[in-house]
Design a protein around this ligand. Structure first.
Ligand code: NDP
Length: 384
């Protein structure tokens, strides 16, 4: 039976991987909405290629260009923040949330409110909204499937088991491209060095997050909300080969791990086909060629992000939304050459120290905390 699918962030790395898989099964899918921020030409090309019903640019200023590229196609064009939310509220059978940053929160919440299935790559949305999002999932009977490779691995390792039997959930981290750099060298890391991930090909923001370990910090918070075992049972281990994507240890001493190639099409396919399986074009694992799997404890002196994330979870309230917003501002400033690499974690820590909002209870309150944390982080954008 054909299912409808909408992809928010269709022009990005996760969007491309998802459309690659969808394009291999045209009989399975009818594409409802595809969205971008402002890459209008690319969005229009994808919308035509996949026969989307509507294409939406978040930046309304890019709508005339989108309209021009879609002229004569019969595909609806829309623009602006509300158009994004309206497109999500159409309630496709499966919505892939793959916008980068808290910008994806409102449309993701709209898709959840439609009560269908949401495949979540946009970790910043869950980190910021936390219980506001998980409560909405319960209230609207939606299904949230994790796309993030670690959370998808955990989801798979939990299948058929009782979460009450979990002793420890271990998130693996590649450690990123700067894993072995001493602190003095980290200060001078350039954007090109930080985004050169050894295993994964990803968008710029998550690549910097991998280099700072904020990606793992965000994932720690994401796991805290997706898998309610308590933060004390969540661990992080550095595993540079990115072969084991995460593990669940049970109280009887059994540890289940999910392994696979470092290709996001594998976890995306697991959400597209869930609860079944589908073929992918991914190269299977060749364990003899890989040879060795190694593991290290994270170094939180050089990479304080995972400590800050754990502290934000313990602090509760709006701390996770503050951490996320400050990190988004700092990463953008680092990518534009405004601040040094090591300033990213310093700015996040400083904003967390000075701003402890009460727990946001609604989407609007989450967005208000996010906005205030951004404002405070922006005032700190001076070189170290
Ligand atoms: P990309 O930067 O490659 O793509 C981001 C997408 O979001 C693009 O379609 C972009 O549109 C759109 N976008 C950017 N800003 C806005 C905005 N303000 N409003 C609406 N849309 C916007 O990111 P990735 O695909 O790498 O990552 C997407 C999400 O998935 C992130 O949350 C990331 O953490 C998560 N993720 C990514 C993984 C990966 O392998 N890439 C792995 C696991 C999780 P435009 O092209 O017009 O700029």
């Amino acid at each position: 039976m054909t299912r409808s699918i909408s992809i928010f962030g269709a022009t990005g790395s996760i969007g491309a991987s998802t459309l690659d898989l969808v394009g291999r099964q045209p009989e399975e899918w009818r594409v409802e909405a595809l969205t971008a921020n402002c890459q209008a030409a690319e969005l229009a090309r994808l919308a035509r290629q996949h026969g989307a019903r509507i294409a939406v640019v978040a930046d309304e200023g890019c709508l005339p260009e989108l309209r021009g590229h879609l002229a004569g196609s019969g595909i609806e064009a829309a623009g602006g923040a509300q158009a994004l939310v309206d497109a999500a509220a159409r309630g496709a059978d499966l919505t892939v949330a793959a916008i980068v940053g808290c910008a994806g929160l409102a449309p993701t919440m709209a898709a959840i409110r439609a009560g269908k299935t949401v495949a979540l790559a946009n970790k910043e949305a869950l980190v910021s909204a936390g219980e506001v999002m998980t409560a909405a999932v319960r209230r609207h009977g939606a299904t949230l499937l994790p796309v993030d490779s670690e959370h998808n691995a955990i989801f798979q390792c939990l299948a058929g088991n009782d979460i009450a039997d979990v002793a420890v959930i271990t998130l693996t981290a590649s450690g990123g491209p700067l894993r072995d750099w001493p602190l003095e060298r980290l200060r001078g890391a350039t954007a090109a060095e930080a985004v050169a991930h050894p295993n994964w090909s990803m968008g710029a923001k998550i690549s910097v997050d991998s280099a700072t370990m904020f990606n793992k910090g965000l994932e720690f918070i994401e796991a805290f909300h997706l898998f309610p075992v308590g933060h004390e049972r969540l661990r992080i281990v550095v595993h540079p080969q990115s072969v084991i994507h995460s593990m669940v240890e049970y109280r009887d001493g059994s540890t289940l791990a999910q392994l696979g190639p470092a290709d996001m099409r594998v976890p995306i396919a697991s959400t597209l086909a869930w609860p079944r399986r589908m073929d992918t074009p991914c190269k299977p694992l060749d364990l003899p060629a890989i040879g060795q799997l190694t593991f290290f404890a994270p170094d939180e002196d050089r990479f304080p992000a995972t400590r800050l994330a754990r502290e934000a979870v313990v602090a509760g309230g709006g701390a996770a939304a503050v951490l996320n917003a400050a990190n988004e501002v700092a990463v953008a400033a680092f990518l534009s050459g405004q601040i040094a690499f090591t300033r990213i974690a310093q700015i996040v820590a400083q904003v967390l120290e000075t701003y402890s909002p009460a727990p946001p209870m609604t989407l609007d309150e989450v967005l208000a905390v996010d906005g205030e944390a951004r404002r405070r982080a922006t005032t700190m954008l001076r070189p170290a």
